[in-house]
Design a protein around this ligand. Structure first.
Ligand code: IPE
Ligand code: IPE
Ligand code: MG
Length: 253
C-alpha cells in the first residue's frame, strides 16, 4: 500500500534532489549601492554555504542554475565577469569539495566556453567522480529547451542509424537522453529573488517537482532558509495524478 505521507515525520520527507535558481545577486548589490560584480561574488559565497548545508542534511543531489543559455544576452563585461568568477571559484573550491566527498557534475552546452574553462570542468568532474557524498550539479550554459533538443537529436541519430524504431520512442526512452537521467528526479525546486518563473531551467525534469519561491535574494540564502523550504516541501502532499485519498491509503479510495 502507498504510505500515508502525512504520517511520516518531516525528517523522513527530506527532498533527495533540490534544484535552485539562484536569483537576485544584482538586486542584492543594488540595495547596498554596490556593483553587480560584488553581488555575484557574494552569490558565490552563498553557493559554498548551501553546498555545506545540503551535505550536512543528507540531501543527495543539489542542482544549481549558474548561467542560463539566455544569460549571454547580458552586457559583455558582466558575462566575462561571470565566466572568470566561475573559473576562479572552481579552482579555489575543488579541493574543499573533493575532501567533503562531493561529486561534481556540469550540465549544459560547455562547447561555448573558453578552452581553459572546458578543461577545468572536465578535470573537476574526473577528480570527484568516485566521491559518494552529495552530487553537486552545476547548470552552466544550460537551458531546458536545449536539453530536450539535444536529447531529441540523439534519439533521431539512433533512429537514423537503425538502432531504434520510431515506434519505440516513449517518454521513458527520451528521458534517458536528457540531462540528470541517472539521478533521482528533482523533488524540490527553489527560486530565490522573488520572481515566479522557471526561466528555461529543467523543463522536462520539473514535471512533478514541488515549486517553492522566496523573496530572499540569493546572497542572503542560508541553511535556515533552506530548512524553511524543506519544511514547506515536507508539508505538501505529492499526488502524482492520484487523489488525496489514494495517496493517504484510505481503504475505500
Ligand atoms: C542571478 O542573479 C545570477 C545569474 C543569473 C548569473 P542576477 O544577476 O540575475 O540578479 P538580479 O536578478 O539582477 O537581481
Ligand atoms: C535565471 O535567472 C538564470 C540563473 C539564475 C542562472 P535570470 O535572472 O537570468 O532570469 P530572468 O531573466 O529574470 O528570467
Ligand atoms: Mg535575475
Amino acid at each position: 500500500m502507498t504510505p500515508d505521507v502525512r504520517a511520516v515525520s518531516p525528517c523522513e520527507l527530506l527532498p533527495r534532489h533540490v534544484a535552485i535558481v539562484m536569483d537576485g545577486n544584482g538586486r542584492w548589490a543594488q540595495r547596498r549601492s554596490l556593483t553587480r560584480t560584488a553581488g555575484h561574488r557574494e552569490g558565490a559565497k552563498a553557493v559554498r554555504r548551501i553546498v555545506e548545508a545540503c551535505s550536512e542534511r543528507g540531501i543527495e543531489v543539489l542542482t544549481l542554475f549558474a548561467f542560463s543559455s539566455e544569460n549571454w544576452r547580458r552586457p559583455r563585461p558582466e558575462v566575462e565577469l561571470l565566466m572568470n568568477l566561475f573559473l576562479t571559484t572552481l579552482r579555489r573550491e575543488i579541493r574543499r569539495l573533493d575532501v567533503a566527498n562531493v561529486r561534481l557534475r556540469f550540465i549544459g552546452d560547455r562547447s561555448a566556453f573558453a578552452a581553459t574553462l572546458q578543461e577545468y570542468i572536465a578535470k573537476a568532474e574526473q577528480r570527484t567522480v568516485a566521491n559518494t557524498g552529495l552530487t553537486l550539479v552545476i547548470a552552466a550554459n544550460y537551458g531546458g529547451r536545449w536539453d530536450i533538443t539535444q536529447a531529441s537529436r540523439r534519439v533521431a541519430e539512433a533512429a537514423a542509424a537503425g538502432r531504434l524504431q520510431p515506434g519505440e520512442i516513449t517518454a521513458d526512452l527520451l528521458h534517458r537522453y536528457t540531462c540528470l537521467a541517472d539521478l533521482p528526479e528533482p523533488d524540490l525546486f527553489i527560486r530565490t529573488g522573488g520572481e515566479q518563473r522557471i526561466s528555461n531551467f529543467l523543463l522536462w525534469q520539473l514535471a512533478y517537482t514541488e515549486l517553492y519561491f522566496t523573496d530572499r535574494l540569493w546572497p542572503d540564502f542560508d541553511g535556515e532558509a533552506l530548512d524553511a523550504a524543506c519544511a514547506a516541501f515536507a508539508s505538501r502532499q505529492r499526488r502524482f495524478g492520484q487523489t488525496s485519498e489514494q495517496v493517504a491509503g484510505v481503504a475505500d479510495a
